[in-house]
Design a protein around this ligand. Structure first.
Ligand SMILES: [Ca+2]
Ligand SMILES: [Ca+2]
Ligand SMILES: [Ca+2]
Length: 381
């Protein structure tokens, strides 16, 4: 997924001139045509031009949350009708099969073309909106954040020790969690190649100790205990696969559950992600000792990021994002403290079963769920 080399260009061409009157058109009647162009040269090799055929294109109204999905035609174009006037985010994805990749560069390694924008404006009184999205080659993600539960349970006072993250292997083969880094993002620095992080932990293991099967959900708990004992509205996390344990603090350690390894954390008695808003990244760092401090942050090159999720109480506040939009163009969340809600990546059915949405846009990829689903998915039995 999040490789820095895809380029996002979105151009909105609105026909018509400076109309100062209020819109008079009927709502839900706007339309926008989106054309997808490939910058990688892949389509040119396969079809002789840069138009992206069979791309999955999803647009989402930023203020109303309505989503629309279409597949591009032979001219790389999709037309969305019946839209409400709003600002829209757009993501376009086109999987390149092993056969196609063999023709393109001889590798036979499945990839995808990916591009996105969060600044398409659609108005009901201006019917001829059109936009262009440029896509480029991106890696297919293998391990992603599948769920983040952070707000604390309902009806249990100010209890918040039951936070957890869950990851899923969405590739088709066995992967290993060993050494994967989880970090809290502190600062944006969109033009900086580094991410500035405050809490950095890694999975234990020396390479092949902790396998994650395709489709497996792995629970990484703040504390791997049955939280219902202390907080009736909470859940049992003694089933966790890993737990965060701060050896320097009065933290609890379930001896049956392997501990995450602390790399850098300056305060707090435990791994402590924000209850209402925060940003997390999952990184594959070749050599953890190579990471450098800058001011009070441990910096991680963006090219090491394999997934990132940002959430906020108000998911329309894209102006307040910490995380580079190339890593996560949107915001999950919409959840208040002590309401028991969680946020989980949506499921998409495929010819071979299911996968999780991964458009590098948490507004589209995640949904708010009433109850956490540790080691499971809300849409699966
Ligand atoms: Ca803990
Ligand atoms: Ca433990
Ligand atoms: Ca889950």
């Amino acid at each position: 997924m999040n490789r820095s080399f895809y380029i996002i260009i979105a151009v909105l061409v609105v026909l018509g001139s400076g109309c100062k009157k209020m819109p008079t058109a009927v709502e839900n009647s706007a339309s926008v045509s989106v054309q997808i162009f490939d910058q990688s040269g892949s389509m040119k090799v396969l079809f002789g031009d840069s138009l992206v055929r069979s791309a999955d294109v999803t647009i989402r109204s930023i203020n109303y949350g309505k989503e629309y999905h279409e597949v591009s035609d032979s001219s790389g174009r999709v037309l969305f009708n019946g839209l409400v006037s709003d600002q829209y985010s757009v993501v376009a994805t086109r999987t390149l099969s092993e056969t196609e990749m063999k023709a393109i560069n001889g590798t036979s390694v499945q990839r995808k073309l990916f591009g996105a924008s969060s600044s398409i404006f659609v108005r009901a009184d201006l019917h001829d909106g059109s936009a262009a999205i440029a896509v480029d080659l991106a890696a297919l993600s293998d391990i992603v954040f599948s769920e983040i539960y952070a707000c604390g349970p309902q009806g249990s006072g100010l209890y918040f020790h039951d936070k957890y993250m869950e990851v899923c292997n969405i590739s088709g083969s066995i992967k290993y969690l060993d050494g994967l880094v989880v970090a809290r993002v502190s600062k944006g620095y969109i033009l900086d190649p580094m991410i500035y992080t405050s809490e950095v932990w890694k999975f234990p293991g020396s390479g092949t100790d902790y396998a994650i099967q395709p489709g497996q959900f792995v629970l990484v708990a703040e504390d791997a205990i049955d939280h219902r004992i202390n907080a009736p509205g909470s859940i049992d996390e003694s089933i966790a696969d890993f737990e965060y344990y701060r050896i320097s603090q009065p933290d609890v350690d379930n001896p049956n559950v392997p501990n995450m390894i602390e790399i850098y954390q300056t305060s707090g008695v435990d791994w402590l992600i924000g209850g209402e808003k925060d940003a997390l990244v999952l990184c594959r760092v070749p050599n953890i000792d190579s990471l450098r401090y800058k001011d009070n942050f441990l910096t991680i090159p963006k090219e090491y990021v394999i997934d990132g999720v940002e959430y906020h109480t108000d998911p329309t506040r894209l102006d307040q994002k910490y995380l580079d939009p190339k890593i996560d163009a949107g915001l999950a969340g919409g959840i208040l403290f002590y309401t028991g809600y969680s946020m989980e990546r949506k499921l998409r059915t495929t010819v071979s079963g299911w996968t999780l949405e991964d458009n590098n846009n948490s507004s589209i990829d995640f949904t708010k769920i009433q109850h956490p689903t540790p080691r499971k998915h809300y849409a699966l039995p």
